[in-house]
Design a protein around this ligand. Structure first.
Ligand SMILES: [Fe+2]
Ligand SMILES: [Fe+2]
Length: 367
């Protein structure tokens, strides 16, 4: 696919290329048992569902600025102030700039996360012991290359604004790629990063509903990602059932640490830095304002039931998640029971709840 890179991605401080050293055991499976039926079915589904980046209508003119202005003319400006409850009221222009940059920031992190997934799943092909999981992971590698391709084209050719990888995401990707335990790569990528992405894509689709190209991209990628997350749950389930308490404890540590890294990224510090808005004002706002808090929590709606299914919602993880008010998702369906993401109706409901709770909120209530 040829396209013009009108808006090249900014290069992070680490430079154009970044090396991560890892010591892994590449494993051959000489049995070729292919007895894990769920994985074989998923592999068949993955092959049948492959699409091409050229299937998308790249002739669509993307003008987010116009779209957001139209919303504002329809009374959206007031809604931005009402929803986001910024530290000071934003005028139309500022609300637009914030909106554009938050969107570009999220999409850019999706792009970098996709590249991480490309590398991580290539590693899984080598390290997972079973042939059927190698088959599926190989199929996923091709999916991830396509995801990088379409997000990159969207950001560089269509959107006009983009961000380098957030340091917290870079750290997490490093950890995932460096780790010599094969299941930790799975846990970090398939359960945590992709689980979060799946929920974030749902949100993206809802917030950008009037932009048909990103809606099409997101719909296709979500269908792929729901299989990827299911791949992680199906594979790890049998591994964690047989693990010792000491080994499980290491996985708990990983989950807790990774959860903090993911939440840090969602505070969107680079957006305020680029806009030149004072961090001491905007970071506490990002941490506390009900809409942003609700948004961050929502992104864990698929992760929590999946961790529960894997037996990783242990007392220590529960304690950490209770502090972040994430346990309310534990009774939702996991990715094996329901590979789809939550229906947008729930997101709408969240937005309404946030609005209602904001109206009822007393100033200075704890976060
Ligand atoms: Fe992906
Ligand atoms: Fe994926």
């Amino acid at each position: 696919m040829r396209y013009s890179q009108r808006n090249p991605l900014p290069i992070p401080a680490a430079g154009e290329f970044q090396r991560v050293s890892s010591t892994i055991d590449a494993v051959f499976d000489w049995q070729y048992e292919l007895k894990r039926q769920k994985l074989m079915e998923l592999y068949e589904k993955g092959k049948a569902a492959t699409w091409n980046a050229t299937d998308l209508d790249w002739s669509i003119d993307v003008d987010i600025e116009k779209m957001v202005s139209q919303r504002q003319m329809a009374g959206g400006g007031g809604v931005v102030n009402q929803f986001l409850a910024p530290p000071r009221p934003l005028d139309e222009r500022e609300a637009l700039t914030l909106n554009l940059n938050m969107n570009a920031f999220m999409l850019s992190q999706f792009l970098h996360g996709e590249q991480g997934a490309l590398l991580a799943t290539a590693k899984i092909v080598e390290t997972v012991p079973w042939a059927e999981a190698k088959f599926y992971a190989a199929n996923q590698v091709a999916d991830e290359a396509r995801h990088v391709e379409v997000y990159h084209r969207y950001l560089t050719e269509k959107l006009g604004v983009s961000y380098e990888v957030h340091p917290s995401l870079a750290t997490m990707l490093d950890d995932i790629l460096r780790d010599s335990r094969w299941d930790v790569t799975y846990l970090g990528m398939q359960i945590l990063i992709e689980g979060l992405a799946l929920a974030a894509f749902g949100m993206q689709k809802l917030m950008m509903a009037e932009e048909p190209l990103i809606v099409d991209i997101t719909t296709r990628i979500m269908a792929d990602e729901s299989r990827h997350v299911a791949f992680g749950v199906i594979s790890l389930e049998e591994v964690y059932q047989g693990m010792s308490a000491a080994e499980l404890r290491e996985r708990e540590d990983f989950v807790i640490e990774a959860t903090h890294l993911m939440r840090e990224r969602l505070l969107m510090q680079p957006v305020f830095e680029r806009l030149g808005w004072p961090l001491e004002v905007w970071m506490p706002w990002a941490l506390e304002t009900p809409f942003m808090r609700g948004f961050r929590q929502m992104l864990f709606s698929k992760i929590v039931p999946n961790l529960k299914r894997l037996g990783l919602l242990t007392p220590r993880v529960r304690e950490a998640y209770a502090k972040l008010d994430l346990l309310r998702f534990e009774h939702l369906k996991d990715s094996v029971e329901d590979p789809e993401v939550q229906p947008p109706a729930e997101l709408v409901q969240l937005l309404l709840q946030v609005l209602a709770s904001r109206q009822a909120e007393t100033p200075g209530a704890p976060g």
